[in-house]
Write a protein that binds this ligand. Sequence first.
Ligand SMILES: [Zn+2]
Length: 459
Amino acid sequence: MYDKVPTNLNFVEREVQTEQFWKEHDIFGKSIKAREGAPVFTFYDGPPTANGKPHIGHIITRAVKDLIPRYKTMKGYKVLRKAGWDTHGLPVELEVEKSLGLDGKPQIEDYGVEPFIAKCKESVWTYEKEWRAMSDRVGFWADMDHPYVTYHNEYIESEWWALKQIWDKGLLYKGHKVVPYCPRCGTALSSHEVAQGYKDVKETSVIAKFKVEGKDNEYFLAWTTTPWTLPSNVALTVNADETYARVKYQDYVAIMAEALLDTILGEGNYEVLETMKGKELEYMRYEPLFSFLENDPKAFIVTCDPYVTLTDGTGVVHSAGAFGEDDARVCNAYNVPFRQYVDDSGNMTKETGPFAGLFVKDADPKVIEYMEQDGSLFAAIPFEHNYPFCWRCDTPLIYYARSTWFIKMTALRDNLVRNNRTINWYPDNIKEGRFGNFLENVIDWGLSRERYWGTPLPI
Ligand SMILES: [Zn+2]
């Protein structure tokens, strides 16, 4: 012991000495054995992945996760600490894909799913040594010699057990849902993943002219930020309670929200022929936007929904049920069939005529060019917005209808919120703030992934 800290003390050296002392004398093991019969404090460690190197963020979490068990041990509790490894998932697949020089799902399937998975299994231990060294060095105590591993069958069986409980409660269901989807990875992304990849991009929105059925020269003007979804259009949506107008503009008649006439057509450039509530437009029919598209008696109608606002565009929204959450909801309500004219690699399908084979974002300028020539374009408007990209591979995400397995978290919301109130949060603003808000707005959890290296679903 020192009366005061000597100026020549080498802290790093002392840390290493302490680390060695702990190891040689199995101090961690003793700290548990010495508490035989004492009350148990249970600690669950969310496992890291060992296929990536540890970084400063891991050191912070390891330090915090060590602090509480250590404190509880000092207070007399027996605190078992089993280390764990998160081994499944897309990051592992992407790493292996890269190392094998593969690009995308078709190439993985050509290579063979079984050998691919074998490579994944190997690669999850790439940095285990570095992780152990880091954990020792920061004084993180856990039983690293008997870890739980998420690809082990015992672990998978536990997950299956949990899923069965969820199934028995009627909380597991298969839905057809529009999800943020990476066309390169070929999988849906969680909202948490989506939130990590937003970028400001310059794109072109369009106002398209949808010809009213049975009228020679009359068009709905509808706005969209995603021209590539126009070939999959199946409905137009208006707000039942807003006022719409039929106006004479240039040499044709246009229908759109009255409040936006000046903005879109220009003050004094039009003559109002008639106004009506959106409700009166409901079930009006119009023609498919492009001549190469097949007509369908169940589609191409005007629908009403309160999600349509007059803050942007024309007050008439182009609906493609396969590519938008609101669109899907409205189309379902009106029994309008989906048209999903984009394949799961994000390429336009053969039904889209001149655009077939193009990646959706590459189709945008072609669609606009085509519309310009065939007279269905009212305006192309450049705009800048915040658009989500895949945080793993940087491909623009698309909203895309997939069949997915969900856990009905929304049915548990009240319980989650109630339980959260009993938790002692540090800092306490997290309780009603970040975490409380998350629970208040909880959505159903889409847990299936259309990939290879993960827990097989027992369904
Ligand atoms: Zn991706």
